[in-house]
Design a protein around this ligand. Structure first.
Ligand code: C2O
Ligand code: CU
Length: 455
């Protein structure tokens, strides 16, 4: 498999890996794609929308006719979508109803350290925590997920993730498809046993791809443009998305809109990454079925079922990237495994130690980080994620960045033995933040480090 997994997995849920996957019979494309519900604020105080969400165990129907125990925000397997606006705050209390500690990280969010969901900043069972997100950033497809150190991989696998979409007024003026034509789509993988339990084990042995929590669903579309926001919420997988050669117009990535639309027929999406497309189903007659595939594996079928008027637009110019000042600091970051015993994840040769600050960043500075995968020999794949700021990918091993690097990014795939140079500016918030491999089975065993933004 792509992830080159070497770890041995012990589940806190006590499940073990079965001999083979489920042999349950299944008719593909027989269920509609669920759309995660939008969370309603329980109160509005001035410039802050207030929410409350329980983190709890639930039994849900994932495979038709069966129930699966999961962990869910509000009991939903794909957490409810939080709709935020640039310049308005979101305040949200998470109540931990689990029998174990959890916490919440807003992935891609420009967030104060106290609300960032640092891996050691936990909500104990029966405890609650208030997180405040200022949303001083442009429109973007973000997501929230568990980040409890050592258990993040299993908790996210079991269902603790959801969309957090920031909308902004400037973006509204572009008149891209909106409302029910702006659709978040969460992709992830899983292994089910014969009783429809999700088995937490080797990440390379997860044959079932779930699309907004459903296996091979269909999605009925009208003959018009749609904005589709894809998130890879798998803990350790890459998707090679394609629409069987039909062009998709890429308009956004992790940090929001691109400078201008880019036509693509294939797009890689690594764990934690987001990509947004506009797809014009008006090009196809009623009755057309289009398969979205991961490589050659079909994962979602679009059924063109109705005519529609379409007042949305796809402008040639979207939004220019903010210019960055001249960098003052260069850093070397290397992700690797220590394979001398049980695998231990390392950043610059050291496993995560919450008592250690790996380096200090001066607030306001622009920096270049050269991020390397130090496991060329072993062939292990890594996937770099930075908290707090979005970055630009300057180059990869001296060559131009990939299509999947375009725009503002917070997560990138780093193949064995390769490196990528990133440029970012630490604009305002002070405090400790982590950076890590976003193959969560790697961060769970130590492939994480922290920096501190100081005055
Ligand atoms: Cu998506 Cu540090 O995480
Ligand atoms: Cu890794």
């Amino acid at each position: 498999g792509l992830a080159g997994s070497v770890l041995s997995y012990r589940s806190a849920f006590g499940t073990s890996l079965p001999e083979r996957g489920s042999s349950r019979s299944f008719t593909p494309f027989s269920v509609p794609m669920p759309i995660p519900p939008v969370l309603r604020p329980h109160a509005v105080h001035g410039d802050t929308d207030l929410y409350r969400l329980a983190v709890r165990q639930a039994q849900v129907e994932i495979l038709p006719g069966t129930t699966t125990p999961v962990l869910g925000y509000g009991g939903d397997f794909v957490g409810p979508t939080i709709l935020a606006s640039s310049g308005r705050k979101v305040g949200i209390v998470f109540d931990n109803s689990l029998d174990r500690a959890t916490n919440v990280h807003l992935h891609g969010g420009h967030v104060a350290a106290a609300s960032d969901g640092h891996p050691m900043d936990l909500i104990q069972p029966d405890g609650s925590k208030y997180y405040e997100y200022e949303n001083r950033q442009q429109g973007a497809t973000l997501w929230y997920h568990d980040h409890s150190h050592g258990t993040e991989a299993e908790h996210v696998y079991r269902g603790l993730s959801g969309f957090y979409l920031i909308q902004d007024p400037e973006e509204k003026h572009l008149r891209l498809p909106c409302g029910s034509y702006d659709v978040p789509i969460m992709l992830r993988d899983a292994l089910f046993d014969d009783d429809a339990n999700m088995v937490y084990g080797d990440p390379t042995q997860r044959p079932t791809v779930l699309v907004n929590g459903a296996h091979q669903p269909y999605f009925r579309v009208a003959r018009r443009k749609y904005r589709l926001r894809f998130l890879n919420a798998a803990t350790e997988r890459r998707f090679a998305l394609n629409l069987d050669g039909v062009p998709m117009t890429k308009i956004g990535s992790d940090g929001g809109l691109l400078a201008s639309p880019v036509p693509v027929t294939e797009h890689d999406l690594s764990a934690g990454e987001r990509v947004e497309f506009v797809i014009d189903f008006g090009q196809h007659p009623i009755g057309t079925q289009l398969l979205l595939a991961d490589g050659t594996l079909p994962i979602l079928r679009f059924d063109v079922v109705a005519d529609s008027v379409d007042h949305s637009r796809l402008p040639d110019r979207l939004r220019a990237l903010p210019p960055l000042p001249r960098p003052r600091v260069n850093r070397e970051i290397t992700l690797s495994f220590d394979m001398s015993g049980d695998p231990v994840g390392l950043v610059n040769g050291k496993p995560f130690d919450p008592a250690r600050v790996d380096f200090r960043v001066r607030r306001g500075d622009t920096e270049i980080w050269n991020v390397s995968n130090g496991d060329g020999e072993h062939g292990f794949h890594h996937n770099f994620h930075l908290h707090l700021e979005q970055f630009e990918v300057l180059d990869r091993d001296g060559a131009p960045p990939w299509e999947s690097d375009r725009g503002l990014k917070d997560t990138i795939y780093v193949p064995p033995g390769s490196s990528a140079r990133l440029k970012t500016r630490f604009t305002d918030y002070l405090g400790k933040y982590v950076y890590h491999c976003h193959f969560l089975e790697h961060s769970a065993v130590g492939m994480m480090a922290q920096f501190e933004v100081v005055r």
